[in-house]
Design a protein around this ligand. Structure first.
Ligand code: DQA
Length: 150
C-alpha cells in the first residue's frame, strides 16, 4: 500500500457550505473529503484530509507530508496569496504538490490572481467547486505513481 495523499485546506474552509455559498457552494468540507477519498481509493491511495485556520499548523503538516505522504494536495485559501512561510515549507519537500481552489481565481479580484503556492506546485486545479478536490487528488495520485516509478 503506498503512503497516503495529504489533502490540506487552509483558513475559513471549515465554513464551507455556509461561507459565501454563491462562490463556494453549499456542500461541506466533509463532503469534499469524502469525494476526494473515493477518488483516491479508486486509484489505490488513501487520502488524509485536514483543515486549519492557522498558518503554523499547516506548515507543520507540510513538514509531516515530507516523509509520510506520497503526494500533497493543498488548498491554501487566503494564505496562498500571502504566505512566504508556507511557500518555504513547500519548497522543502520533494513529493508532488498539486494546488487546488474551489473558485476560478482568474474570474475574481486581482489580488487572488497570484499565489505563492503556484511557484512550487506541479499544477493548479481551480474553478470546479468540490470537483476541484477530486481532480486534484487524481492528479496527485498519478504524479505519485510516476514518482514511484522514476
Ligand atoms: C479559495 C480562493 C481564495 O482566494 C480564498 O481566499 C479562499 C478559498 C478557493 O478555494 O477558491 O479562502 O482558495
Amino acid at each position: 500500500m503506498p503512503k497516503p495523499i495529504y489533502l490540506l485546506s487552509g483558513p475559513n474552509l471549515n465554513l464551507l457550505g455556509l461561507r459565501e455559498p454563491h462562490i463556494y457552494g453549499t456542500e461541506t468540507l466533509d463532503d469534499a473529503h469524502a469525494r476526494a477519498a473515493a477518488r483516491g481509493a479508486a486509484l489505490g491511495y488513501s487520502v488524509i484530509g485536514r483543515q486549519s485556520n492557522h498558518e503554523g499548523v499547516l506548515i507543520d503538516w507540510v513538514h509531516e507530508a515530507r516523509t509520510e505522504a506520497s503526494a500533497l494536495v493543498i488548498n491554501p485559501a487566503g494564505y496562498g496569496h500571502t504566505s512566504i512561510a508556507l511557500l518555504d515549507a513547500l519548497k522543502a519537500i520533494s513529493i508532488p504538490i498539486v494546488e487546488c481552489h474551489l473558485s476560478n481565481l482568474a474570474h475574481r479580484e486581482a489580488f487572488r490572481h497570484h499565489t505563492y503556492v503556484s511557484q512550487v506546485a506541479k499544477g493548479q486545479v481551480c474553478g470546479f467547486g468540490l470537483m476541484s478536490y477530486e481532480l486534484a487528488v487524481e492528479a496527485a495520485a498519478r504524479l505519485a505513481d510516476l514518482a514511484a516509478r522514476a
